[in-house]
Ligand binder design. Structure first.
Ligand SMILES: Cc1cc2nc3c(=O)[nH]c(=O)nc-3n(C[C@H](O)[C@H](O)[C@H](O)COP(=O)(O)OP(=O)(O)OC[C@H]3O[C@@H](n4cnc5c(N)ncnc54)[C@H](O)[C@@H]3O)c2cc1C
Length: 735
């Protein structure tokens, strides 16, 4: 293959005006991912055939630039050029002059010929700014070359780690040395495996009459991730995640047309360069993708040949900060653990029982969120932390004063946080005859950093979909804020990753400033969301030092006037969590504002008591009629007793007869009190969310069903009819 060349810039300019800014490979990738039309509209606005003023200034101030090209045999390469700032300058908005020569041994040296098509990436690692160019060489000399701009566009700063730059005196450095390689040596494997940044060149030239398309030619792109994001599969192949980016698909579009890439790894501390070229394969639907946090798809690179250019650079960089978007992504090690921890991938995890196993967590941090709420950070011991959806809760257990206690606490962390976080309100009693809450006080007073807490895998149905287009309103009363914190943390993180942040209005209600929790955290999330997530605070009691609009936005209970003032007319999903009184009052307000019952999702931290006024009767929970009397036999304990409706739930009844079944939430949500129903039929008195089979019962919210409802199947029916007292319902429960 001959040096790819560019025929006529005027010809191209006219193409650029009427044709798409994307070539067919880019268009195919965009279509595959459903962003084709949007990107065409967007691309026509932001991809120009000239450099805007700020791009010209930007290139002019840079001390280095990355360049992509394809050699005479069609192999792409990524290179770095450097010199004192000012070495790149533009006499007009279509011409960029570059006053430097490639590093000794860099294949780019042979490619700088008239007509050669290059891709340029100007990147400022201190500020994360970057701009891109597609251009062709118009002139060259022994000191540098001149480019004519075909396409110019800006790039967002995602996944760029900040680094401080130092220029060393080249005269004081060892002479560069070149080593040709055809496989990764140990040093290459180490550099690649520890890299958080590399550069990828790709190239497309379809050799048809349209080959002058400005969208074709060479490209060079930045790729960033956590060290360990590139997997060295063997001494020839790498597997690399592809994160959500600008949706141009410049690199992947080129890969579709020409499955070759050039990879450049810069040893930022020592000034060595590892430059590789080889073939690529796009893995659009690899099953491994879903275990790698942040990965949208994967690709593999197989080396054909490459070079070490040792001591090639007099530049040194010191890592400053990881990009916030990088922190949301994974490493292959974490992905592997996650894959192994997935219940579906492990034999021993296949049964329901194993899924609800108690797993140990270390308390690693405790943070006071308000005068009554403290957060506990939990890190998984040996196992991989099970994944969860924002809004779900953990069921935790502890031995308190010699008794096993189980409670449920909603996770206030986001699913992608490396730890779990629960945030617990201390339940104190104002009545001397009523004891303080057992578990919450134990956590506040007795738990220390380093202690172990046991928890089951997260569960719950009060979950939030960050991809939903409908705006959401989150209304939290007191400690009911915990699911909302997880929801907005996740929405923000997903927004940064996918460029879509769901519109959210959060209102947190607290008794007073002292009890207002997560104030800074939610305000910071709101500020970082670019207006997509709004946070408002409503305080029951205020004092004169508090500033309206800053410390709080509303005084008193959440009111119709407040909702009308901050919620433009729209179709919302509303999430409600808080104490019973708050839930009922707020629910009525929302219904009064015309919000449909079906759009209001509610969770209570105790037995469900919200009285709904459903717009569709099927939405209402209709309990089966309960028996007034029954005979209950707990089979394992050999206890058989008469039950009457005053005895309450089966859990209350069992406890009253000296049995100690496991329980957690006592509201049908956590499933801790689930046991086998040997025979008979139960009626649930409150809506339960924990799933159960026909032969199981949730003791905490069930009572015996009235006889006319008993007998779902023959055996149960016979059992009922054969009971000694023909008019009395009978239950047999394994306990
Ligand atoms: C799905 C779900 C999610 C939850 N998420 C959270 C969360 O994120 N954060 C959080 O803080 N809580 C949460 N909870 C509540 C939590 O599970 C506990 O119920 C709460 O911490 C109280 O437990 P405790 O052991 O401290 O109180 P308990 O000992 O269970 O007592 C509960 C209350 O009853 C009072 N009491 C005790 N004995 C008597 C008596 N004899 N007569 C009258 N009153 C009595 C106590 O003073 C206390 O106020 C959640 C609950 C559910 C169901």
């Amino acid at each position: 293959m001959k040096t790819p060349s560019y025929s006529s810039s005027t010809e191209n300019a006219s193409h650029q005006q009427k044709d798409s800014p994307f070539h067919q490979g880019e268009q195919a990738a965009q279509s595959r991912l459903g962003v084709r039309e949007k990107m065409e509209r967007f691309g026509r606005q932001v991809i120009r055939d000239f450099m805007p003023e700020q791009h010209r200034e930007f290139y002019n101030q840079l001390p280095f630039v990355f360049v992509g090209h394809a050699d005479d045999d069609g192999w792409p390469w990524a290179s770095i050029l450097f010199n004192d700032p000012g070495f790149m300058y533009s006499s007009d908005d279509r011409i960029l002059t570059i006053n430097t020569v490639p590093v000794v041994g860099d294949p780019l040296a042979d490619a700088i010929k008239k007509g050669a098509r290059l891709g340029l990436l100007g990147i400022e690692l201190t500020t994360r700014r970057r701009n891109r160019l597609a251009a062709h060489v118009t002139e060259h000399s022994k000191n540098g070359f001149q480019l004519h701009v075909d396409q110019a566009f800006g790039n967002c700063p995602q996944y760029i780690q900040t680094r401080e730059l130092e220029m060393l005196d080249p005269n004081l450095l060892p002479t560069p040395s070149i080593e040709h390689i055809h496989a990764f040596d140990e040093q290459a494997k180490t550099l690649i495996a520890n890299s958080d940044t590399f550069f990828v060149a790709s190239y497309v030239d379809n050799h048809n009459p349209d080959s002058t398309l400005a969208s074709e030619g060479a490209d060079v792109s930045h790729r960033g991730g956590k060290p360990g994001f590139i997997r060295v599969d063997n001494d020839k192949t790498l597997t690399i995640p592809d994160y959500s980016g600008n949706f141009h698909f410049n690199t992947f579009g080129n890969f579709i047309e020409n499955s070759k890439a050039g990879l450049l790894f810069v040893d930022f501390e020592n000034g060595h360069l590892l430059t590789l070229t080889g073939t690529v394969e796009i893995l659009w639907d690899s099953p491994e993708t879903k275990y790698f946090e942040g990965a949208e798809r994967l690709w593999t690179f197989r080396i054909n040949h490459g070079r070490w250019i040792r001591h090639g650079l007099p530049l040194r960089w010191t890592l400053d900060q990881f990009s916030p978007s990088t922190l949301l992504t994974d490493t292959w090690e974490a992905a592997k653990k996650r894959q192994q921890a997935n219940p579906h991938n492990r034999e021993e995890h296949k049964s329901e029982e194993a899924k609800s196993k108690w797993l140990p967590y270390s308390v690693t941090k405790m943070i006071k969120e308000s005068s009554v709420i403290t957060s506990f950070y939990l890190e998984a011991h040996e196992h991989q932390q099970p994944t969860f959806k924002p809004g779900q809760f953990l069921t935790v257990k502890a031995d308190i004063k010699g008794q096993k206690q189980i409670r449920t606490y909603t996770l206030s962390s986001a699913p992608t946080d490396p730890h779990y976080r629960i945030s617990v309100k201390r339940e104190t009693s104002t009545d001397n005859n009523v004891p303080d809450g057992i578990f919450s006080n134990y956590l506040h007073d007795n738990l220390n950093i380093g202690d172990t807490l046991y928890a089951k895998a997260p569960c719950g149905d009060f979950t939030f979909d960050t991809t939903e287009k409908r705006p959401a309103v989150l209304l939290a009363g007191g400690v009911g804020i915990t699911p909302m914190v997880s929801m907005v943390r996740h929405a923000l993180k997903e927004g940064m990753r996918t460029h879509f942040t769901r519109d959210i209005t959060f209102i947190g209600a607290a008794k007073n400033k002292e009890q207002r929790s997560f104030f800074e955290e939610l305000n910071t999330i709101s500020e970082s969301s670019g207006g997509k997530i709004r946070a408002f605070w409503s305080l029951g009691k205020i004092d004169k030092h508090l500033k309206h609009g800053e410390d709080f936005h509303h005084h008193g209970r959440i009111s119709k006037a407040l909702l009308q003032a901050i919620l433009p007319l729209d179709d919302y999903d509303v999430y409600l969590c808080g104490p019973t009184g708050f839930m009922q009052a707020t629910y009525e307000l929302l219904r009064g504002l015309g919000i449909s019952d079906a759009r209001i999702y509610a969770e209570e931290f105790g037995p469900a008591s919200l009285k709904r006024n459903a717009d569709n009767a099927t939405r209402l929970f209709k309990p089966l009629p309960a028996a007034t009397e029954a005979i209950i036999e707990f089979t394992d304990s050999n206890v058989e007793q008469a039950w009457s409706k005053e005895d309450g739930s089966l859990l209350d009844f069992a406890e009253a007869h000296g049995l100690t079944p496991e329980f957690g939430c006592r509201s049908g949500q956590c499933g801790a009190c689930k046991t086998k129903l040997v025979s008979g039929k139960v009626a649930y008195q409150t809506e339960h969310t924990s799933s159960i089979n026909d032969d199981e019962v949730l003791l905490c919210c069930a009572v015996p069903a009235a006889l006319e409802n008993a007998g779902i199947n023959e055996s149960v029916h016979d059992e009922v009819n054969n009971s000694t007292d023909k008019g009395t319902a009978r239950l047999r429960i394994k306990l």
